[in-house]
Design a protein around this ligand. Sequence first.
Ligand code: PHB
Length: 356
Amino acid sequence: MADLFSKIQLGDLTLPNRIIMAPMTRNRAPQNIPTPLMAEYYAQRASAGLIVTEGAQVSEQAIGYPATPGIHTSTQVEGWKQVTKAVHDTGGRIFIQLWHCGRISHPDYHGGELPVAPSAVKPAGQAFTYEGLKDFVTPRALETDEISGIVEQYRYAAASARKAGFDGAEIHAANGYLIDQFLRDGSNHRTDSYGGSLENRSRLLLEIVDAVTGEIGADRTGVRISPINGFNDMSDSDPQATFDHTATALSGLGLAFLHVVEVSMAGEPCESVDMQQLRTRFDGVYIANGGYDKQRANAAITKGRADLISFGVPFLANPDLPERFRRDAPLNEADQASFYGGDEHGYTDYSVLKVV
Ligand code: PHB
């Protein structure tokens, strides 16, 4: 029977285990360019079945946080080449996460212009800027004829990811960023073909999927969603219907995986969406995320509730997480103060087990 240590095939990629490194923003890319330290960080974690990188902006317009990497300039591609080479040289596999923050941004990043979103709906809360926290602003609603340009940003980013040597890409449609802002009706009040019905709200995601898969192949493309996460002031009047529709629409395309954040940002499970219903609607590999430990991860796989499990904070603090699970070794504690920004401290200096 399959467990965390069983191999699995993702298209023509063989994963040696089912322990995935979840995408995590670390804010250590000055000028939005990946660094040699980032290459070291990811290479240290190459024993993951698959690494999904931190979010990488698909364009200048996509930025929403300080010192997050992009994947749309030749300098960024050169930076990422060091990362993919270091991971591959260490025997790993790595997908990049394609990110557009939409309204979770600030005019400071856009020469004073407003961030863009499906609708002019201001999220509660504050943006992280280079000058500290600033209140979110009311974003500018994208014109219908601008949307093909957003899709083009993703296509170009996917082509850049291929040049940078990535094994594939995960489209970030979760956690309140641009695509999720279109999916959920709390942030999408549009009356054109990108708003209103479930079909219309998922149109942007599907157009992006089409563009990215056209560039790098469906079996190299995954999608991440977060049906119940209210983070970034997100809400939906009927999340089960919204995400049942999304999972169904993503089915039959030959995608590498559907990656589901099954909890809220605070890690709480929620009763309002039956994730298994999404799983049965999607015909491909299902990655579950959110507060799993070894025991619960193995149980989810053996019971068939998920094919793969992704780990965030445990992987951040334990570069050799698969080996620790294998040996039932104690885990390092994560240092929250060094999650976002800074140097190698709390980044590449977590200890690994001694070789036995
Ligand atoms: C964050 O920077 O806090 C962040 C970024 C991307 C996510 C979630 C959180 O998907």
